[in-house]
Structure formats: C-alpha cells, structure tokens
Design a protein around this ligand. Structure first.
Ligand SMILES: [Fe+2]
Length: 364
C-alpha cells in the first residue's frame, strides 16, 4: 500500500488531508505537526514514503527546507508543497531546489488534490517499474555478454587448434617434399608482399598469407616417390600431382574460417588463357588472390633449386615471368609488382633468412 507523509503545523489541516486521502484513495497517511520533531526523529529511517506533502509557511523551519532534508534521506519520495496565496512566489523560486512535483495553493480543491496525489503516486510506481525492468535488462545484457565472451573464447581456442592442425599438415607436405623446403613460407610471404603493394586491407593480407601456407596442402596425398622424383615426370605421374589443388580444397572445405581461401587453393595452377588445372578457368574467372598466389608459386619454383633443375638467376626468373604474362598465362599487373619488388630488392628479404613455417604463422 502506498504511504504518504503529511506535514503541517496546523493539526486541522493534517487531519482533513489524511481523512480525505485515506477515504478516497485508500493510501496509508502519517501526519506530523512539528517538522523539527520529525527531522530529529528516526521516522524517516524506519518508514519509507512514496510521497511527502508539506506546508510551506511553518514556524522555525519552512516547507522547502523540510522537503530538502527529507529528499536527502528518501530521494524517491515525491514532494508536494502546500502554500498560502501570498507565499506563492517564494515557493515557485524553490521548485527546482527540491525537485518539487507540484505546489498547491490553500485552500485547495479536493478533486484537484486527489488527482495530483494519484498521478504522482502512479508516476512513481511507473518509474520504479521502469527502473526494475532496466535492472533486469541490464542483467540479461551482462549475461548475454558473458555467454558471448565464453563462446568467443571457445571459438578462438577451436580456431587455434584448427590452425595448428592445418599448419601441421602444411609441415607434413614440406617434410614429404624434400626439394621444396621453405617453399610454403616463401610463397606465403611473397603473396603477402605483392598483395600489400596492391592495397589489400589487413584482412585480405592475412587471407592471402594463409592461402600461401596451405596452397599445396593437397600434396599430403601425393606419393613421396612422385613428389621427390628427380627428372621428368611421366604423364600419369603428372596427372597425380595435378590432383593436389582439388584435394587441398576438399581438406579445407569443412572449416568455415577457411572459406575465403578455398578459391586460391583450388585455382593456383589455373592459367588466364584457360590452359591450367584443375578447371581450366579463364580470365576474370580467376580471382586476383589466385593470380597472385600463382605468380608467387611460379617465382619461387624458378628462383630455387628443384629436383630437375638448378635455380635460375633473378634476371632469367623475371624474364620467364614476363614471357608467361605476355602469353596470357599469368597476370601482367602482378608480374609488374614482382618486377618492382626485384628492383627495390624487397623480394630478397624473403630469400635471405631461414625461417620456419611455424614462425611465419606466429607472426601473422
Ligand atoms: Fe601447387
């Protein structure tokens, strides 16, 4: 039940008000005729009021000061001031000081008074309900954030272990293929270097770096004797080698976070004129990431020793790349970037130091 405190030095007024309120509104009313006594008592600590109606002109202490003192103890109680006509201006001046809900002139109109009290109490209840709902919503939000963080942590650790599996597979491929040690790391770094000169954003750079690491992952299924065969491969053997882009895609496909690199993995051996494998894609069907990866892959194959050849000079390597670009096999813009990277010698950073694949991944 709502509780109202009525303060007036005239007992007749507090009696009249309390009878009126209790009769019409069925609220509990407590009256006080001595405001000083009220402030010195522990009533305000013991009882919680929804509303305080105070007279303005009282001996020793005025209604504004009384309401101010009550507000400090019970900030949520709604303050209403009763004033005589002559005190009206003084009362108005103090409205903001105490956050007055209403001031009423004596003699008051009963109906108006009841409406004001009723509205004030309803407003307070509504505010309390809103506050309560706000607390509930805040708690729910905190719970959602907590659950989301948990999920995120779970997801991250899953991602970590998944990356480790992928890196292990890429390492297995390197270990199987003894002649191409470090190839994966270099293709990854070179692809990133080229992409960075083509204004890829950070996410794009990370993707192409990852694509570089895993591009030959399908070779896990290629027999060692084919991978490591010195000299030329037979057509049958070459057909087996040519399966690795599709197998690589198949390995990575179940992993959602690898979706954005499936195309470069499957299509890093395609040629712009449609003579590549596995799908014979042409021109625009081959996305830029796949074209970059293809050039980086070929560059590294030319510029390092292989079972069937010693490494080409940098001049010869670039010459072959340019010929391939003129023959519409690989992207000429990407080859131009490689040419710049040779000119400014940045490309040699990749070939100077020995680094493991694991280090590359940790630096990503
Ligand atoms: Fe490959």
């Amino acid at each position: 039940m709502s509780k109202i405190l009525v303060i007036d030095d005239e007992k007749m007024i507090t009696d009249t008000l309390s009878t009126l309120i209790e009769m019409v509104l069925d609220y509990e009313v407590i009256t006080m005729n001595d405001p000083e006594l009220l402030l010195n008592s522990d009533l305000l600590e013991k009882e919680s009021f929804d509303m305080v109606i105070s007279d303005f002109m009282m001996p020793k202490i005025d209604g504004i000061d009384v309401l101010k003192a009550i507000k400090k103890i019970q900030p949520n109680a709604i303050p209403i001031l009763l004033t005589g006509y002559s005190d009206k201006n003084n009362a108005i001046k103090s409205i903001n000081e105490v956050g007055l809900y209403y001031y009423l002139e004596k003699p008051w109109d009963n109906d108006q008074l009841i409406t004001i009290i009723k509205n004030g109490i309803e407003k307070k209840q509504l505010k309390e309900q809103v506050d309560k709902n706000f607390v509930i919503i805040k708690k729910r939000n905190e719970e959602i954030t907590r659950l989301y963080d948990l999920l995120q942590k779970d997801f991250n650790s899953e991602l970590d272990s998944m990356y480790n599996v992928i890196i292990s597979l890429a390492n297995i491929v390197e270990a199987k293929d003894s002649y191409t040690e470090g190839h994966t790391r270099r293709v990854s770094e070179l692809s990133r270097m080229i992409a960075s000169n083509m204004n890829f954003d950070e996410k794009g750079l990370r993707n192409i770096e990852l694509a570089g690491i895993v591009h030959d992952i399908g070779k896990v299924s290629t027999p060692d004797q084919i991978l490591n065969k010195p000299g030329r491969l037979s057509n049958e053997e070459f057909d087996i080698i040519k399966e690795h882009p599709e197998i690589g895609e198949r390995i990575l496909k179940p992993l959602t976070s690898m979706n954005s690199i499936l195309h470069p993995v499957r299509h890093h051996h395609e040629k712009l004129d449609g003579t590549g494998y596995p799908d014979g894609l042409k021109g625009d069907e081959i996305i830029l990431e796949s074209r970059i990866l293809a050039v980086a892959d070929i560059f590294d194959a030319l510029y390092t020793d292989r079972p069937y050849k010693t490494k080409f000079t940098i001049e010869k390597t670039l010459e072959i790349l340019k010929e391939e670009a003129s023959a519409n096999k690989i992207d000429s813009d990407v080859v131009d970037i490689v040419s710049n990277l040779i000119e400014n010698e940045h490309i040699f950073d990749i070939y100077k130091r020995e680094q493991t694949l694991k280090d590359t991944v940790n630096n990503m």
